[in-house]
Ligand binder design. Structure first.
Ligand code: HEC
Length: 100
């Protein structure tokens, strides 16, 4: 009995974290929308891929790569400035939001 209550409590807690991450992703994405479109549907400055068509893993790789310089094309310096302030949890939240 006690055990199953704990399982339920854990599941509720995890659900809460997911909701929080989704909200955080939406909030963090606001500053990206001017270039990538409200739902990631635009090619930013006519150069980037349509990011809503990328998977969560691809977006995560791209954002981490812009941060450490291992990813990107001619405009990668611009994206480095966009993601420099994001930590791994924030990158995961943004990637989940865009790829949803
Ligand atoms: C000033 C316009 C601008 C803003 C703001 C911006 N981006 Fe970008 N983004 C670009 C451009 C241009 C590229 C292509 C860069 C390159 O040459 O690699 C790009 C590339 C990307 C890519 C990889 C797509 C590809 O072509 O491989 C992702 C993912 C991405 N941006 C996400 C974001 C996120 C998330 C934010 C907000 C934190 C953001 N961008 C803010 C312009 C912008």
């Amino acid at each position: 009995m006690k055990k199953s209550l704990m399982v339920v409590a854990t599941l509720i807690a995890l659900g809460f974290v997911n909701v929080q991450a989704a909200e955080e992703g939406a909030a963090l994405y606001k500053k990206c929308a001017s270039c990538h479109g409200a739902a990631g549907e635009k090619a930013a400055l006519g150069k980037s891929k349509i990011i809503k068509d990328m998977s969560t893993a691809q977006i995560t790789t791209a954002l981490k790569g812009y941060k450490d310089g291992s990813y990107g094309g001619a405009q990668k310096a611009l994206m480095k400035g966009q993601v420099a302030f994001l930590n791994d949890a924030q990158i995961a939240a943004i990637a989940a939001f865009i790829a949803k």
